[in-house]
Design a protein around this ligand. Structure first.
Ligand SMILES: Nc1ncnc2c1ncn2[C@@H]1O[C@H](COP(=O)(O)OP(=O)(O)OP(=O)(O)O)[C@@H](O)[C@H]1O
Ligand SMILES: [Mg+2]
Length: 244
């Protein structure tokens, strides 16, 4: 910023920026900082990581079916008021009823508005993270974790499917979720909180992972939890195809 010389006081002074200049400068600083984080995210998560059907998901093409009213409203409100929201969302419920659709809608909406967003199926996250163990990998596990921790909104889709390994829990999920304390993370799952808590407890070889519930405690503490009560839209569509 240019300094101005005041001969009377024999002093250089920094003229204070007017409010609109200060606002513009703050916006420029924020845009630049987001660009750095977005570039890093795109470098480290190169694969096309969102499925084609979820790429097209939006609030506009979500049909409000019975049992989805509340989750739709909460998801929409979350996207509309992202800046002032303190907590993320957990959407749980039966398969095929639109949880990932709503999570992807939030992701696309915020991405369009310039926020740095990452949408990951949890099993895909594990594969991407484990690829870094290969000798030929140019990306390290720390890169993957740092990019997931740094984004404005992380969506962990389908958490709670399969059985965790020690590496998946200790080296991937825990550092990401723990590192995001104070940031917003959204989760979709088929499991209610009791079952999700159990999912974290034991590994695939029966080993103890999180018997004290450290991760579920962090998730509950940083999210609002809603059940999608609808039946499967996938099932409904399949029936329609059969009888049309
Ligand atoms: N209410 C809805 N309106 C429009 N499309 C929907 C609706 N619910 C689900 N779908 C579509 O049905 C398919 C399955 O939905 P989605 O993947 O969101 O289900 P899910 O609840 O995440 O299931 P799962 O628990 O198995 O992961 C997707 O193609 C999605 O776009
Ligand atoms: Mg899903």
């Amino acid at each position: 910023m240019k300094r101005v010389f005041f001969p009377l006081f024999q002093k250089y002074v920094m003229p204070s920026a007017c409010k609109c200049d200060a606002g513009r400068m703050e916006k420029e600083r924020q845009d630049l900082e987001r660009k750095v984080r977005r570039d890093r995210l795109e470098r480290h998560y190169k694969r096309n990581i969102i499925s084609d059907s979820l790429k097209r998901a939006s609030f506009e093409n979500f049909i409000i079916r019975r049992g989805t009213e509340n989750v739709f409203n909460e998801a929409k409100k979350f996207a509309d008021t992202f800046d002032t929201q303190q907590l993320g969302l957990v959407l749980y419920g039966k398969p095929g009823n639109g949880k990932s659709h709503l999570m992807a809608s939030i992701h696309h909406e915020l991405d369009k508005r310039g926020f740095v967003c990452l949408f990951l199926d949890v099993s895909q996250l594990f594969n991407i993270a484990k690829d870094t163990f290969k000798f030929s990998s140019k990306v390290s596990l720390t890169d993957i974790i740092t990019a997931a921790v740094d984004c404005d909104l992380l969506t962990l889709d389908e958490i709670g499917s399969g059985i965790l390994s020690e590496t998946e829990f200790n080296d991937i999920l825990f550092p990401i979720i723990n590192g995001r304390m104070g940031k917003k993370t959204n989760y979709s799952t088929n499991l209610d909180l009791n079952r999700l808590s159990k999912w974290f407890e034991k590994g695939r070889n029966g080993e103890q992972l999180d018997v004290d519930g450290r991760l579920i405690d962090r998730i509950i503490g940083s999210c609002r939890v809603f059940e999608n009560m609808a039946t499967s839209k996938r099932h409904e569509d399949a029936l329609k195809r059969m009888y049309d």
